[in-house]
Unconditional design. Structure first.
Ligand code: NAD
Length: 282
């Protein structure tokens, strides 16, 4: 039997409706309009598209949104001065610096300079530390969206074997922690893992965040597994994931498509985090 599709676009649309009404409520009850400022440095075309999509999504749910565009030759000091100003600005509840940054700028220093209460990407070490120790925090958007997609299947995460391929700071590591928080037994795999296919075949939940088109095929998938494809790869002008969708949908129980799976959820979780930051810092 073919896998059920976990429709990230439909789930996103539902969640955005709910965010929109909570934004309305915050406005009418407290006179606060949640505001996100995104800083874009340089001329990366993909980054420019992501930033525009974030701005559009904010406007759709009634949030304020602004973009600060800085040139390719911006110094680290200049960027840090912008962040310092935004940290103090009461109308700005979320600050996001679009990555990657040009080589003269150290992303770690930039992330560390953002007020953790406005760190809607959830990358600041304070938020990461709170995530590790199980305290409330601003959670990183893509992993948060992945957990929501898994919950959408209606299958409990508790007690399941979860395998994550990828150990990046923005996806692999945090999603592993969040699966653990939800009582899964978690295995983290990476480029030096041996016997990857065998480990993956034990997974009830398989999260793939590698960045290689069609990396995972049926040899990696257990019958009926939940497969979450985080990858975004451009092949011949088309977006494809890290999972061979056509093949794996014949074996998995649930699968996310690319596009229309994790991607829309990432922006929706950014909206949730901005709302959360506005509610907490009113
Ligand atoms: P990354 O390059 O930082 O990490 C890739 C990970 O894959 C590494 O930990 C590496 O160890 C592992 N890996 C590489 N080759 C491997 C192999 N042969 N076997 C096992 N593991 C291997 O990437 P990332 O930032 O985590 O992103 C991963 C993918 O997810 C990319 O395609 C990226 O574009 C996509 N992504 C999508 C969203 C979204 O919103 N949908 C958000 C972030 C990232």
């Amino acid at each position: 039997m073919e896998a059920n599709i976990i429709d990230g676009k439909a789930l996103s649309n539902r969640l955005r409706e709910s965010i929109k009404s909570r934004v309305e409520e915050l406005k009418s009850r407290k006179g606060i309009t949640p505001g996100l400022t995104v800083i874009l440095v340089g001329n990366d075309p993909a980054s420019a598209v992501y930033v525009r999509n974030k701005e559009r999504a904010c406007k759709q749910v009634g949030m304020n949104s602004s973009i600060i565009k800085l040139g390719e030759d911006t110094t680290q000091e200049e960027l840090l001065r912008h962040i310092e100003r935004l940290n103090k600005d009461k109308g700005v509840h979320g600050i996001l610096v679009q990555l990657p940054l040009p080589p003269q700028i150290d992303p770690t220093q930039v992330i560390n300079a953002i007020d953790p209460r406005k760190d809607v990407d959830g990358f600041h070490p304070m938020n990461v530390g709170r995530l590790v120790t199980g305290q409330a925090c601003l959670e990183p958007c893509t992993p948060k969206g992945i957990i929501r997609l898994i919950q959408e299947t209606g299958e409990p995460i508790r007690g399941k074997n979860a395998v994550v391929i990828g150990r990046s700071n923005i996806v692999g590591k945090p999603v592993s922690l969040m699966l653990l928080k939800n009582d899964a037994t978690v295995t983290i795999c990476h480029s030096k893992t041996s016997g990857l296919d065998e480990i993956c075949r034990r997974a009830d939940i398989l999260v793939v965040a590698v960045g290689r088109p069609n990396f995972v095929d049926n040899r990696y998938v257990r019958d009926g597994a939940i497969v979450i494809d985080v990858g975004i790869n451009r092949v011949d002008g088309k977006l494809v994931g890290d999972v061979d969708f056509q093949e794996v949908r014949q074996k998995a129980g649930w699968i996310t498509p690319v596009p229309g799976g994790v991607g829309p959820m990432t922006i929706t979780m950014l909206l949730e985090n901005t709302l959360q930051a506005a509610q907490q810092n009113e």
